[in-house]
Design a binder for this molecule. Sequence first.
Ligand code: GLC
Length: 649
Amino acid sequence: MYNPGLHKKINAALLKMKIDIGGNDGMFYTRFIANATALHFLYNELYKDHAAADKIFDQLINTIAKAYSKRSAQLKERDEKKEQKGNWYLSNDIAGMSLYVDRFCGNLKSLTGKLDYFKELGVNFLHLMPVMQSPEGESDGGYAVSDFRSVDERFGTMKDLKALQQKMNDEEMYLMLDIVLNHTSHRHEWAQKAKEGEKKYQDYFYMYDDRTIPDTFDKTMPDIFPESAPGNFTYVKECNKWVMTVFHNYQWDLNYSNPSVLIEMLDTIFFYANLGVDVLRIDAPAFIWKQQGTTCQNLPQAHTILRLIKQAVQVATPGMALLGEAIVAPKEIMKYFGTGLYTARECDFAYNATHMALQWDALATGDTRVMLAAQHEILQKPFGTSWITYTRCHDDIGLGYDDYMIQYAGYKAYEHRKFLQEYYAGVHPLSVARGALFSVNPKTQDARISGSLASLCGLEKAVNENDVTAMNVAIKKILMMQAHSFFMGGVPMLFYGDEEGYTNDYSYLNEPGKSYDNRWMHRPVIDWKKNERRKEEGTIEQRIFSGTQKLIALRKKMEMVSDLKNLTWMHPHNIHVAGYLRTHNENKLYCICNFSSSESFLTWFAFKQHGPIAEQLFDHWKEEYHTVRGDHEYFILEPYGFYLLEPVQ
Ligand code: GLC
């Protein structure tokens, strides 16, 4: 839509910055004009009544223009290459790993020297857990940032980060960093100035003179960490005020009803974009807008902010994709991909947190029905967007899917969740898992689950008891969990250590800055001598590493597992078995998992129901052929077995 006032303003700003709108920068100019009306509209949705709305909108235009003019030629070229590929991030060629730099290998410099390890595994996409400055002991694993633009000395320097990015760029790897959008550390310069009484910075946060407004908010806001950080406000003695702290008391929530906060953070987003970040993980986006009388989660304005960020990034630094880390109810997660006019124009990625938790549900019960009851929701994801698929990450496992999904399988929601909690905390008599309950809410008895992939699959118990049979079962479970998530569509994101079978690390209990948070039990410190055992045939490390490596390699060979809205669930015929079909052009892949500890079977009819089938199927995992037989004959699945079956043409 032509908007003379707006477009003239943009022209003037770009010319002033000497941007060559009629020449080299023509495509940028085109993108800007194409998105200008949307940007203006989204901005006004939030701020039209603000006293300085127009002035701050001009700053928004300048921030976008400045970001583009600071973008290096190399990154502009990379943007173009990505654009030519189409939605580059939907490709089956990408496999990721999320890691803490210090716990993985010390610092950024040594990480640069570890790229061969990732290559060996097949990982070409790294999510570095937060590396920006964050106070020791009050850092929430780096998610309490005191300076968004300087690397914490624990990890090295900005120069080291740039060198790593350059090397990754040269080796065609992708980099993901976090932007912690919702809050800053109470030691951030803005918070310090607010403590000193500067009104400008007090307005960057939600600060109140007394408990009246905080009490009203608290009535409807749930506690995120009910055990370690109950309530949503913290008293600040330096300025005698109450500040909103939804997460820990040292994490101050930014106030996005103030447009200056948005501009500051957008500028920071561009700072990361211009470091060469390929995917920006937007931490906790569900929380960024607050309104009394609500839960202060998933509010429409939070989506408006994300849409505005997306359009701005699309204009200035289009090669950077956005991941919205929304770990919320299934229906709500979906909205982070955008709705209505903004469908597929908000976040490019979201975590498939619903499915992740449901895999754990199916593994504990051996029953896939709850998992399958959720799929119609998960399949709503719009074309052009992608999941991050995973089994474990640095956070807990929340059982946040809907009660009706549990009831559909014939279970009672409360009792079912209680069973899962007891199973994974290792207190249920049938359990082989070794985990712990995280953030138990004394009022609702809600709890999430901590524990590493290996420990939750029974490896810790098996190793402690020196039980070889149980070890074999645990390894089968680990690889089945990974396979099920790797082939579903989306970028698989391994959590470091899981590729070598790391079990829980209880040393966090002796560290005062960590002992209150049992998520540290599944954030291992890598022992490179142990990792060397991946080269010794028959060791636990070798079996898990080579299995994971094989799964990644297979994925890269199969275009039909790209995330192209090309997944069909097989009709359920056996409650223990979950199968899905991936198709692309003429190619098909049946991925079938048996979540039971016993053998299970499917009739061949279960396959034939999904269209004509070849006479033979090749299982890429075991490298075996299966002859398709009569409708009522059986295909037998091993306990915790999985099959990657491609029709032989
Ligand atoms: C995200 C992070 C989590 C952190 C929280 C607060 O959910 O994944 O680790 O505690 O945000 O920043």
